[in-house]
Design a protein around this ligand. Structure first.
Ligand code: AMP
Length: 278
């Protein structure tokens, strides 16, 4: 695996490989890697000739300074995992490399309603910062495919819309959520949970799964309320939202097709998000 910290060196290398006719698969991450991230590397290897992974904890997408400060970082382990997974290129830029002219020069694409609800509502500015960094990384890497996790469903949907608005040719591929054996969605933030909290957090998956099993037994709004109540009543868990919406528009519907259940909750001060396609 080749490591780059400089944008120029990365771009020189990539354009040389592209001139040879190689396709580039890109996996953007914030590090503290786990099996979910590595599944994206594998998907990129299965589809493209050359896999580029970036590890960059992007300050502009954190709406709380404390969350940025506490975000887990483990560069040495990330490198080992990526090497083992057969990643070809690791891009490890500094904040200065990504934002040489500061962070104010980004015209945020208007993706509409989907950036205003749920994560957009509870983390003001988060999606603007996320689009900013993904946009800059796409300029630098210029891949044919970008691989993202469906765990961050809104992020995936917004990136798909953003590349369409920007007229990019990159294909944005959404990959299934990797889970712990108890159902808890893998996340870098899980590192901050105690063993006890990790056990309890499985209630999120159980509730999503219960909703899926009972999809045809209730109206969508009733089902969403039942899921919400179950999580609100769970000791130690602070629910931010639980809802069932159309997965394309992220709006409420009475239809039983194309639905997704979305959820965010905090346990031990750690914010966890999850979803399930129904
Ligand atoms: P992050 O490092 O949290 O920014 O995540 C980098 C990429 O990995 C994003 O596209 C995430 O959606 C994806 N990802 C995170 N957790 C998982 C998981 N449990 N399963 C699959 N993909 C994931």
């Amino acid at each position: 695996m080749i490591n780059f910290e400089s944008r120029e060196e990365l771009q020189t290398f990539i354009s040389r490989e592209k001139d040879k006719g190689l396709s580039i698969g890109f996996v953007p991450t914030m590090g503290a890697l786990h099996a979910g991230h590595l599944s994206l590397i594998q998907a990129a290897k299965d589809t493209c000739d050359l896999v580029v992974c970036s590890v960059f904890v992007n300050p502009t997408q954190f709406n709380k300074a404390e969350d940025l400060e506490k975000y887990p970082r483990n560069e040495k382990r990330d490198k080992e995992l990526l090497e083992k997974a057969g990643c070809h290129v690791l891009f490890l830029p500094s904040v200065q490399t990504i934002y040489p002219d500061g962070t104010d020069h980004f015209e945020v694409p208007d993706v509409g309603h989907m950036a205003q609800v749920y994560e957009g509502e509870f983390r003001p500015g988060h999606f603007d910062g996320m689009m900013q960094v993904v946009s800059l990384l796409l300029d630098m890497v210029n891949p044919s495919h970008m691989f993202m996790g469906l765990k961050d469903f809104q992020q995936f949907a917004i990136c798909k819309k953003m590349v369409e608005i920007q007229g990019r040719t990159v294909e944005v591929c959404g990959m299934p959520t990797f889970r712990e054996t108890n159902g808890l969605a893998m996340s870098s933030r899980n590192e901050r949970l105690s063993a006890e909290a990790k056990k309890e957090a499985k209630i999120i998956y159980e509730t999503l799964d219960w909703v899926k099993q009972h999809l045809l037994d209730y109206d969508n709004s009733v089902l969403a309320e039942l899921g919400e109540r179950q999580l609100k009543n769970f000791p130690g868990l602070i629910l931010e939202y639980f809802d069932i919406v159309d997965k394309t528009s992220l709006r409420h519907t009475n239809n039983k097709e194309n639905l997704i259940a979305l959820c965010a909750a905090r346990i031990e001060g750690v914010r966890l998000i999850d979803n399930m396609i129904l």
